[in-house]
Write a protein that binds this ligand. Sequence first.
Ligand code: GLC
Length: 672
Amino acid sequence: MIQKYLYGVPFDTESVVAPIPASQGEPPVGTIKTSEFGFCFACLLAEGDRVYGLGEANRGINKRGFVYVSDNVDDGLHTENKQRMYAAHNFIVISGQQNLGLFFDYPARIRFDIGFTRRDWLEVTCERADLALYVITGDSACDVVKQFRAIIGRSYIPPKFAFGFGQSRYGYKTQADFEEVVAKHRQAHIPLDMVYMDIDYMDHYKDFTVNPENFPDFSGFVSKMKEQGVRLVPIIDAGVKEEAGYSVCNEGKEKGYFCKRADGTDFEGTVWPGWSHFPDVLNPEARAWFGSQYRALTDCGIEGFWNDMNEPALFYSPERLKAFFESMDELSRKDNIVQDEFFGKVVGGALGLMNAPEDYASFYHDVDGQRVRHDRVHNLYGGNMTRAAGEAFARLRPGRRTLLYSRSSFIGSHRYGGIWLGDNASTWAQLLANIQMMPNVQLCGFLYTGADLCGFSYDTTPDLALRWLEFGLFTPLMRNHATDGSRMQEYYRFADMLPALRKMLRLRYALLPYLYSTFMKAALEDTSYFRPLGFDFPADPDAREVQDQLLLGEGVMVAPVYTQNASGRHVYLPEAMKLYRIRSVDDYDTELLPAGHHYVRCALDEVLLFIRPGHAVPVARPASCTAQLDDTALTLWACPDENGSARCRMYTDDGETSDFAAPEHWKVLESN
Ligand code: GLC
């Protein structure tokens, strides 16, 4: 059952699409306090309650014991103390004696104290008491999530090529750079479907332009790559460069489509292109205009994009930079400065220029003729940039699927695109964070998700690259991405690991019939792709505690190794399962393991896949790209039930069009 409670005058975020009448009175759980100072929801947490959700957030699968803040920020250092990330996913599921979902439909900063101040206490607070609260009760955590997914609308479905492998790096610049990357993958027999174009493909970081010297015939290049089974996927940033004569800038200014300061002038902030304007994607007209700019690239044959810097990230604004320089000027005239001045004014002042709350409070959106201050709707910005693109693709490429994912998001934008988990680092802790974030992000509706494999910042190591791939090969979005200046980490660079890396990438393609079917089931039937063990085994205290194994669709459990120099790991099996210890699609051993605790060996070049009783996994022959994958010649890996049979429901389609409903997409495969 879903009940909706309204407080004050909520901003219409459009997160929820189902019409739900508002209930009167108090919600069935917790206490609510509203005042001119804000909103507070509080309730007791029982001893055994787990709290899932919050999507892209720090720490474990169970969020209990910390504070999390939804206030989208460009911060690439995801240490355990961080409370905010790139996204606002304000949905939690409390699972224990009862199963309860709470969705706080609020567009700005909101704070979740989940057993931080007091272990048995949940408190959710925000500055203004203008929001909708949805309370969902259900028989199980799965049931609560399914009901939630039904009211927020169907999750975005990418084209099938997006389930292949994509190589990316901040630093590829010229056509020759991209050609070399593709050629080296092919020479190394590493499958490849996409190469991502980071900001250097643009002309001076101007959105919707291509550097004419580096790409003399861009359309020709796009089709040449496509002939080789590779899609080029360009980045689009939120900030539009301020430059006289740049048509997107000129037109945006003329039509009044950029966010404005209080005095009506166009707000400016600095990001990669230098001084930039920010399209007012909360204004439907401006959103349609910005979306239609993607045409410059779809007309060249581009079929996919990633949207970035859309929290929106602000390196600094002219106002704040001026104030900082003035304060430095004063300090520079002193003979000596004290520590407080050094740390507070010099260091703090410089760092405080970035993503400054004062800047977010200094510009406005035009929403249906109403002027809305940005900080009051801050968390909706990135998601509406995704929406701008998603809505435009429906016009520009009707009936075709377009790859799209974003860095910043809110629940609602899951209908238009996927997300990647932002700038992580090449550390083992971030591999675990990737594992733990996946189920929570997906239960908030973002099914097409993945992290930068190998890690974005710092230098990766060959074993981390391999171990991360051994998890990444199961994530819907599978991309190796790194920052400029870090160690080169294309998989073909790691000579000693190359045979194993190649086999793991080929394994991904072999498993695509299962992974794609699981994804489509999750999208079309509001079921899960990844989920915590506690969802299926709520009565099993050991299963409830597991934080580093995931159920994957109906029939599979994964248990990745995420520590360095480990050649095995502890695995908990809530039921008997068949272990496939896989070195390659043709080289694996199997063992039927009873329910219980096990130490399972897993050498560096092996991956563990567990199949649940009665289930089968269809396995194809690996291919060099998704277009060449033959999903008619399948082998079944299976764990028979007590009657000796195992089955799986498989989904196939053309991978390009949006006709998902046809019953002939489904077939049941059985092994006995
Ligand atoms: C941001 C993105 C990262 C990208 C970089 C340069 O940090 O998160 O993925 O490589 O900008 O565009």
